[in-house]
Design a protein around this ligand. Structure first.
Ligand code: ZN
Length: 127
């Protein structure tokens, strides 16, 4: 049976799909690195509690505790969140930079405990 033009196009697209998805993934990762670099530059150059600067560890903290609602509105794609925050002008009243570890620790143990723990660690390593 002869393949119709439509089938040929469909087959071509299917064969190229994984290649396209891989390119898309790489592009999105690069875009995320740009967004992180901008956010770090605008919001103080380092993460607030521990002072780490590694862009791969960036975790945006919603100071007003509206992160869940904001994610619901924006979606779970980090690039969309970064773009939204950058468009908003990164108001420091609303956002701050934490590393992923600190953000997780703050939500699990509270900010005071995290700060105390970081200070304790610094004291013990400088003795
Ligand atoms: Zn940290």
């Amino acid at each position: 049976m002869k393949q119709s033009a439509k089938d040929a196009i469909r087959q071509y697209k299917q064969e190229r799909r994984s290649e396209y998805l891989e390119k898309h993934r790489i592009r999105e990762r690069e875009r995320a690195m740009w967004h992180r670099a901008w956010l770090i530059a605008i919001l103080g150059g380092k993460y607030e509690l521990c002072g780490c600067k590694n862009p791969l560890m960036l975790s945006l903290d919603h100071k007003l505790k509206d992160g869940k609602a904001h994610r619901k509105q924006i979606g779970r794609d980090p690039n969309r969140m970064y773009t939204a925050v950058l468009r908003e002008g990164c108001p420091p009243k609303r956002y701050r930079l934490l590393c992923m570890s600190c953000n997780l620790a703050v939500s699990n143990y509270g900010e005071k405990a995290v700060i105390a723990s970081i200070n304790e660690e610094r004291r013990s390593t400088h003795e």
